[in-house]
Design a protein around this ligand. Structure first.
Ligand SMILES: C[S@@+](CC[C@H](N)C(=O)[O-])C[C@H]1O[C@@H](n2cnc3c(N)ncnc32)[C@H](O)[C@@H]1O
Length: 194
């Protein structure tokens, strides 16, 4: 079992995730790293997830090119990709049954890997006034949840942030199934793919 306390101490303090949310993920991660870890959404936590998985493969997916480049410059040794979501938050309920929209176009090196753990904390899943003004309607996380389920190996684990929000909760329950919900700290939820 790996001790992740040093990784946590070295985290970027600007990250949005709270300590209890990170520790909730660490409880599982410390048992399975090094592993294949895929993270939807980049941020000031990107370096920390990468460091947790020393000796494994960690991939980050981000839809905002500008944000991707900024974070990528901060952590130069990470593997990350810019992706294009076809979904629209306002139409989230219909989208849950629209496989064509839910599918992400990903490189073969991602599609051909059996992922052990997925963390879904992107893309933007809420209508912020500032975001709407700059970028228009956000995509929501329906596609990330669907793809996390598709990419994970059998018994792989998905962590969904913002599980207190209706769209994140409904999407995770739909694609992973209520029976595979393993618990949450209120905001970060854990599911197993079965
Ligand atoms: C909720 S953030 C992830 C935050 C990260 N987990 C953390 O703790 O710092 C998820 C998405 O928000 C967007 N995002 C976050 N901050 C941003 C910023 N300052 N400018 C542009 N996009 C941002 C990115 O597209 C990213 O995929």
């Amino acid at each position: 079992m790996r001790d992740l306390s040093k990784v946590f101490l070295n985290r970027n303090l600007s990250m949005i995730l709270k300590e209890h949310e990170v520790q909730f993920v660490f409880q599982t991660l410390k048992e399975v790293v090094p592993c294949n870890l895929i993270v939807f959404g980049m941020g000031f936590d990107t370096g920390m997830w990468h460091d947790c998985n020393e000796g494994g493969r960690t991939v980050f997916l981000e839809n905002s090119l500008e944000w991707h480049d900024k974070i990528n410059d901060m952590y130069s040794d990470i593997e990350s990709y810019v992706v294009n979501y076809k979904t629209d938050l306002l139409d989230w309920e219909n989208t849950l049954n629209d496989i064509e929209k839910l599918e992400l176009d990903l490189p073969d090196s991602i599609l051909d890997t059996k992922w052990d753990v997925a963390i879904v904390d992107g893309p933007v899943g809420k209508r912020f006034r500032k975001y709407l003004k700059l970028h228009g309607e956000p995509p929501g996380r329906m596609s990330s949840m669907y793809m996390a389920h598709k990419l994970l190996k059998e018994n792989g684990v998905m962590f969904a942030h913002d599980f207190n929000r209706v769209i994140e909760k409904t999407s995770a329950l739909k694609f992973f199934g209520e029976e595979n919900f393993e618990g949450s700290d209120g905001y970060m939820a854990k599911f197993t793919k079965r």
